[in-house]
Design a protein around this ligand. Structure first.
Ligand code: ATP
Length: 443
């Protein structure tokens, strides 16, 4: 993990937040390549779950919601983690369910001291709306995007003219006052979710639950994650959230071990029933023809943007020796790579090459993220692009001036071939649209 953190800092993907003030614990800012990578991950998610389906629509609900939302949803009462405090030297606070009880009893992981009794700690951040800090003005930062979807169920039914089975997709920030955040961007207090609430006739929920598990596993492998780095794990009875009739996690083999990447829950009719009872608005499906009415069940695939990004980075990170030189390469799927192509004039000061490279870059950047780099030795420039995961580099050299061709270098195979400059754009667009899988390599 340290190597990933170092690369992310070195290349400007991710920085510690508020660094000049000593940093704010487990809070991160995303730099240029981080923003591009994150936005590509979200873009691929939107493409797979909305653009390429007939049964999904998009939503963007506000982060701030009526406080009664969180009473009805059960979060005020039950969105808690068990908190214990070290009674020994360090007095640190821990999540009781994350502490090993090897040997029969739990001890502080930091100093080995005894631990207090567990008490339930609510993870929602509170704030106040308006100028008066009183209970009536107390609101929460949403701890999940899901509730914004449930409270809009009626709006979507009406305006998107949908009937179950159909789903609503949303991407947005969520906030949880985690007791022990950490492991870089794996667990932070502010993060982004990509959530789907898929509404189905209750009898069909188990079937749709299975379908979504298959679909979502495929999404990760289609984008290049090694299948042996992914697993589905069904929650035990004692782990199930207050709303869940069955949850399975997609886990990824992070450097910290197998950990949750996405949760796929069968939430039953819990949410729509709870909001119907609390608000008095009937959140149900009514068939205009037969008059049949029912409250749909919900299947929820809930993924983390930041955790997905970390999984893509971990899977792509590779160190190898090529021509007796070490290189670090991010073998990201071309669709999610921050930069698709780099245009490199071999001799920057040669006006012919510089001019051709500039013109090619200007043409390419209109259809994909392209970089122009004329600084330093060509080998250095290649390695820089390898480190940020750019799948292709086009080199403009002497031959370009003679026959209007450029060299295209492949990040993974390092193969170089010559292509006509006039066909470079089409060539790259074809390769971007083609299926991709990571090259075979050692475990
Ligand atoms: P965990 O058990 O790791 O605390 P969770 O089961 O509470 O996670 P969900 O409520 O299912 O998580 O949230 C859906 C997804 O949101 C998770 O699979 C994860 O990718 C992401 N997520 C949840 N909490 C965090 C966090 N603190 N930081 C980053 N991502 C998070």
């Amino acid at each position: 993990m340290e190597k990933i953190v170092a690369l992310c800092k070195r290349r400007g993907f991710i920085f510690q937040s508020s660094e000049i003030y000593g940093g704010l614990a487990s809070t991160y800012d995303y730099g240029h390549y981080g923003v591009l990578l994150k936005s590509n991950v979200k873009g691929e998610w939107w493409r797979a779950v909305v653009q390429e389906r007939d049964d999904m629509v998009a939503l963007d609900a506000a982060i701030l919601m009526h406080p009664r939302t969180w009473e009805a949803s059960g979060h005020v009462q039950s969105f808690t983690d068990p908190l214990v405090q070290c009674m020994g030297e360090c007095k640190k606070r821990w999540r009781a369910d994350h502490i090993s009880t090897e040997g029969g009893y739990a001890r502080c992981p930091e100093c080995g001291g005894g631990l207090s009794e567990a008490r339930e700690f609510n993870l929602m951040f509170e704030t106040f709306m308006g100028p008066v800090r009183e209970d009536a003005a107390r609101i929460f930062l949403r701890p999940e995007t899901a509730q914004g979807i449930f409270v809009n169920f009626k709006n979507v039914l009406q305006f998107a003219r949908r009937k179950p089975p159909f789903g609503i997709a949303q991407v947005g920030k969520a906030f949880r006052n985690e007791i022990t955040p950490g492991n870089f961007i794996f667990r932070t207090r502010e993060f982004e979710q990509m959530e789907i609430e898929f509404f189905v006739p209750p009898a069909d929920a188990p079937e749709w639950h299975q379908r979504w598990m298959d679909d979502r596993m495929r999404w990760y492998t289609d984008l290049g994650i090694r299948p042996d780095h992914l697993q589905l794990r069904a929650h035990g009875e004692d782990e199930l959230s207050h709303y869940s009739a069955g949850t399975s996690d997609i886990e990824y083999l992070y450097p910290i071990g197998w950990s949750e990447l996405e949760g796929i829950a069968n939430r039953g009719t819990f949410d729509l029933s709870a909001h119907t009872d609390a608000s008095g608005t009937r959140l149900e499906w009514v068939d205009g023809g037969s008059g049949e009415r029912y409250i749909p069940a919900v299947v929820e695939p809930a993924a983390g943007v930041n955790r997905s990004m970390l999984a893509f980075l971990c899977d792509a990170y590779h160190e190898e020796v090529v021509a007796e030189r070490e290189r670090t390469v991010l073998r990201l799927h071309p669709q999610i790579a921050p930069v698709k192509v780099a245009v490199l004039p071999l001799i920057p000061r040669d006006s012919g090459m510089a001019e051709r490279a500039r013109a090619l870059h200007a043409e390419l950047r209109r259809v994909m993220v392209a970089e122009h780099d004329d600084g330093g030795q060509i080998g250095r420039r290649y390695r820089r692009q390898d480190e940020i995961g750019t799948p292709w580099a086009l080199t403009v050299d002497e031959q370009t001036l003679e026959d209007d061709t450029v060299t295209i270098r492949d990040r993974d195979s390092l193969a170089q071939e010559r292509i006509p400059i006039s066909g470079a754009r089409e060539h790259l667009l074809d390769r971007l649209g083609a299926p991709w899988s990571p090259p075979a390599r050692d475990a």
